[in-house]
Write a protein that binds this ligand. Structure first.
Ligand SMILES: [Fe+2]
Length: 173
């Protein structure tokens, strides 16, 4: 992580809580949650970007599917952010933080064809999906089965929606 972000993470207020997870464990998981929160917020914006700008013969199917993806990702954003706060942390969801911390590549702003948006959004879903799957193990190792379960639920939804998007490019029409 860049120094600037490490400083920001360490400056984040940890609030006292009677929850029965150690401060060390909570600090690690809060960091994990905030890293994935940034990518999730970015992915939500990317799905909306695709929803608004897609064109071509599959317009209505892709327009509606990309909005569904945005809605599904948005549901994950709220539970990730709130879990960080439940653990005594501070959710880091500002646009500025997201811009610095997201693991996703910037979404292309010069594409219109359905197949190009399918490729771009499938790639973004795959990057986020990989990060969430890794987070299941990290949360488990930190002794937080609830956060591992939270990421497991998100992982299952992201895999499913990667399929929905990717299926458009898996056979010739
Ligand atoms: Fe819309």
């Amino acid at each position: 992580m860049p120094t600037e972000l490490k400083e920001q993470a360490s400056k984040s207020t940890m609030h006292p809580t009677k929850i029965d997870l150690s401060e060390k464990s909570r600090a690690k998981v809060i960091e994990l949650l905030n890293a994935n929160l940034a990518s999730a917020i970015d992915l939500h914006c990317q799905a909306k970007q695709a929803h608004w700008n897609v064109k071509g013969p599959q317009f209505i199917a892709l327009h509606e599917l990309f909005d569904t993806v945005a809605t599904v990702v948005e549901g994950g954003i709220d539970v990730i952010a709130e879990r960080a706060v439940i653990l005594g942390g501070t959710a880091q969801g500002t646009v500025q933080t997201v811009g610095k911390r997201s693991a996703l590549k910037p979404y292309p702003t010069d594409i219109a064809k359905g197949s190009d948006h399918v490729e771009a959004l499938a790639s973004a879903l795959a990057v986020y999906g990989k990060s969430v799957r890794a987070a299941i193990d990290t949360a488990t190792e930190a002794g937080d089965a609830d956060t591992a379960d939270l990421f497991t639920g998100i992982s299952r939804e992201i895999d499913k929606h990667l399929w929905f998007v990717e299926a458009h490019s898996q056979a010739k029409s």
